[in-house]
Design a protein around this ligand. Structure first.
Ligand code: IPM
Ligand code: MN
Length: 365
C-alpha cells in the first residue's frame, strides 16, 4: 500500500479553513482508493514571522524535502508583514525545489456562474503552463540612490535556454494527451503567450525556443498570441484555447483572468510542479489569503480541493483524482450547497463535506 507524506502549510488568513477541506478530501480519497496519507502541519507564515523574524525556518526546505508533496493554503497578510517580504516564502519554495511548472487548469464547471457571457462549461476548458522559476521573477536587480532625486530601480528578467525549453516542452507533451471535457480526442494545440513585438531580447528568444521545441511535435498545432491580445481573446473566444504556455509574469496575470472565466478565484487551483520528482511539488489554490474573511468559514474550498486533485494526479493516484473531479462537478451541478461567492449561504466546511460525501457514495473508477 502506498504511503504519501504530505506537508501542509495552511499559511495566513483563510489558509487554515481551506487547508482543512483539502486534507479532508485527501483522507477520504485515501480511504476509498486504499492508499495512506500522513499529513504534518507547519505553522509558517506571517504570525511565525512576527515571532521569529523569518517566514519559515532556515532549514525549511530540508524539512520539506522529506515529503512527497506539499499543500499550501495561502500566504500574506499585509497588516502584519509587507507582501514583498511574506511572499518570498512562496517563491523560495518554487525556486528551491525547482518547481519549474506552474500548472493552472481553467475549466468552468456546470452550475458555476461567471460574469462573462462568453464563458460556459462548453467554452471554458484550457490549461495554462506557467514557467515558474525564472523570467520576470528572477530577483536580479537592485535599488540605487534611494531617497534622492537620482533614485533608480532595476529588475532584470532572465530567460535561459533550459528554463524556456523545459516549460515549453512540458506544454507540448501535455497537448499530446490532454482532452477537453467530454471530448474523446486531444485538441493538440499550444498557444505561445508572448510579447515579442516589444520585448526584443527576452521574448524574441522565448519565441525561438518555442519554434525549436515545436519542431519535435509535428502533430501539435502551433499558435501565438501577444499577451495583451490574448487577454482579449480569453474573453471573446475562450473555446479557442487548449494549452497556453507563458512566462512567469504573463502566466501569473492571465491566470487571474482565467479564474474569472472559471467562476472566480474560489475555483482556481494550481500545482507548482517538479516533473522529475527530484523534489516535492507544491499544490495551492491561486487565490490570496483574504485576511478580512479569516475565521468566518465563508470562503469557497473548491480551489483547494481541486489542488488536491492535481496533487493526487501528480502522485500517480489518477483514479482518485478523476473521482475528486466527478464529485466536485456533481456537487456544483446539484447547486444545493454553495458558499456566498456562489450565491449561497453555506460554510466552507459544508461544501467540503458535500464533496467528501459524493466521493464516498460514488463508485470506484
Ligand atoms: C500567484 C501569486 C504569486 C505570484 C504572488 C503572491 C507572489 O500571485 O501564485 O499567482 O505572483 O506568483
Ligand atoms: Mn497570481
Amino acid at each position: 500500500m502506498s504511503l504519501y507524506r504530505i506537508a501542509v502549510i495552511p499559511g495566513d488568513g483563510v489558509g487554515n479553513e481551506v487547508a482543512a477541506e483539502a486534507v479532508k478530501i485527501l483522507k477520504v480519497s485515501a480511504d476509498k482508493y486504499g492508499f495512506k496519507v500522513a499529513t504534518e502541519n507547519f505553522d509558517w507564515g506571517c504570525d511565525y514571522y512576527i515571532q521569529n523574524a523569518v517566514m519559515m525556518p532556515e532549514n525549511a526546505l530540508t524539512i520539506l524535502q522529506q515529503f512527497d508533496a506539499i499543500f499550501l493554503g495561502c500566504i500574506g497578510d499585509a497588516s502584519k508583514v509587507p507582501d514583498h517580504i511574506s511572499l518570498t516564502m512562496l517563491l523560495a519554495i518554487r525556486k528551491g525545489f525547482d518547481q519549474y511548472i506552474n500548472l493552472r487548469p481553467i475549466k468552468l464547471y456546470p452550475g458555476v456562474e461567471t460574469p462573462l457571457k462568453t464563458a460556459t462549461p462548453e467554452t471554458v476548458d484550457m490549461v495554462v503552463v506557467r514557467e515558474n522559476t525564472e523570467g520576470e521573477y528572477s530577483t536580479v536587480g537592485g535599488l540605487f540612490k534611494q531617497g534622492t532625486p537620482d533614485a533608480l530601480a532595476v529588475q532584470t528578467a532572465v530567460f535561459t535556454q533550459k528554463g524556456c525549453e523545459r516549460a515549453i516542452r512540458y506544454a507540448f507533451e501535455l497537448a499530446t494527451k490532454r482532452k477537453k471535457f467530454g471530448s474523446s480526442a486531444p485538441v493538440g494545440m499550444v498557444t505561445n503567450c508572448t510579447k515579442s513585438n516589444a520585448l526584443n531580447y527576452s521574448m524574441v528568444f522565448w519565441d525561438s525556443v518555442y519554434q525549436q521545441v515545436a519542431k519535435e511535435y509535428p502533430d501539435i498545432k502551433t499558435d501565438m498570441a501577444l499577451v495583451d491580445a490574448l487577454t482579449m481573446w480569453f474573453v471573446k473566444n475562450p473555446e479557442y484555447f487548449d494549452v497556453i504556455v507563458a512566462s512567469n509574469l504573463f502566466g501569473d496575470i492571465i491566470t487571474d483572468l482565467g479564474a474569472m472565466l472559471q467562476g472566480g478565484m474560489g475555483f482556481a487551483a494550481g500545482g507548482n510542479i517538479n516533473p522529475e520528482k527530484v523534489y516535492p511539488s507544491m499544490f495551492e489554490p491561486i487565490h490570496g489569503s483574504a485576511p478580512k474573511y479569516a475565521g468566518k468559514a465563508i470562503v469557497n474550498p473548491v480551489a483547494s480541493i481541486e489542488s488536491i486533485r492535481l496533487m493526487l494526479d501528480h502522485l500517480g493516484e489518477e483514479r482518485a483524482a478523476v473521482d475528486i473531479q466527478k464529485a466536485v462537478v456533481k456537487t456544483l451541478s446539484l447547486g444545493k450547497v454553495k458558499t456566498p461567492d456562489m450565491g449561497g449561504a453555506h460554510k466552507t466546511h459544508e461544501v467540503g463535506d458535500a464533496i467528501a460525501k459524493e466521493i464516498l457514495s460514488g463508485g470506484i473508477d
